[in-house]
Design a binder for this molecule. Sequence first.
Ligand code: AMP
Ligand code: ZN
Length: 114
Amino acid sequence: MSDCLFCKIVARTIPAPLVYEDDLVVAFDDINPQAPIHTLVIPRKHVVSLAELQDSDAELLGRLLLVGSKVAKLKGIAEPGYRVVVNTGSHGGQSVFHLHLHVLGGRHLAWPPG
Ligand code: AMP
Ligand code: ZN
């Protein structure tokens, strides 16, 4: 989608150093980190949110989570642990409407979220 920020990162028209990339997804550090490690994992194709996923996106969704796990290992937070968050829609706090996983860690994270 031409006016989507994350599509522009995928297309490399907006710079964001990539932490990881493959045929389906890319990962890059959040510009406004909420924890010492805060990396975003996004599909290359434009999907608005978790709410828009189709049954045919099962492989893509699996890959997103697998890459979330891989990024946590790359960033050295697999131990002692981390959190994966998918803000969805207005009540979920989503601000960029291109599906993304937040991988957060490097400090103890409070629960429940605000
Ligand atoms: P959400 O609020 O769940 O939609 O998350 C969107 C995230 O994208 C926020 O944490 C922003 O800080 C992050 N973000 C916005 N613009 C950029 C950018 N150019 N590069 C990296 N992260 C960004
Ligand atoms: Zn997009």
